[in-house]
Design a protein around this ligand. Structure first.
Ligand code: MG
Length: 166
């Protein structure tokens, strides 16, 4: 098996969580969402973009977002997380992989994400260069449990499937 071809299809998982704080815009899945709080963090705090970037990097065995975009690097201060996703897609392409489908669950108490899901899927599909119907985003509440349930934080789980060009 030592000379095996790289696998044609690979899967990666990603997770992110951020504290919700006042005075920061809320960005989820590259979309600005009207709310009185946003996700704290060095960049724009986009939990969905970060979880998805980790899923894509993980699928290709390329480590995680912290390795490629250290949060002590001033270049990424308040950075648009679109950059992270774009860079992950580029790194995949260098290995002849491209995303084929992604799925994510965003968990936050408020605001309701349902009215924004379509825009989020379109924005993610655009940067991943895949059809919108290959992007799935779901939203859940934590039913009042824990810090997410108390509205103090938000979190996201994401899975990415990538495929190698023959
Ligand atoms: Mg993050």
């Amino acid at each position: 098996m030592s000379t095996a071809e790289p696998p044609r299809v690979r899967v990666g998982i990603g997770y992110d969580s951020h504290r919700l704080v006042t005075g920061k815009p809320l960005r989820i899945g590259l979309v600005s969402i009207p709310f009185d709080k946003g996700c704290s963090g060095h960049s724009d705090g986009d939990i969905l973009a970060h979880a998805l970037t980790d899923a894509l990097l993980g699928a290709a065995g390329l480590g995680d977002i912290g390795r490629h975009f250290p949060d002590n690097d001033p270049r990424w201060k308040d950075a648009d997380s679109r950059l992270f996703l774009e860079h992950a897609v580029l790194l995949l392409a260098e290995l002849r992989y491209h995303p084929s489908s992604v799925d994510a669950v965003v968990i936050l108490e408020r605001p309701k994400l349902a009215p924004h899901i379509e825009n989020i899927c379109a924005a993610l599909a655009d940067v991943l260069r895949i059809p919108t119907n290959c992007v799935s985003v779901k939203a859940k509440t934590a039913e009042g449990l824990g810090e997410v349930g108390q509205g103090l934080a938000a979190e996201c789980h994401a899975v990415a499937v990538i495929e190698r060009v023959p």
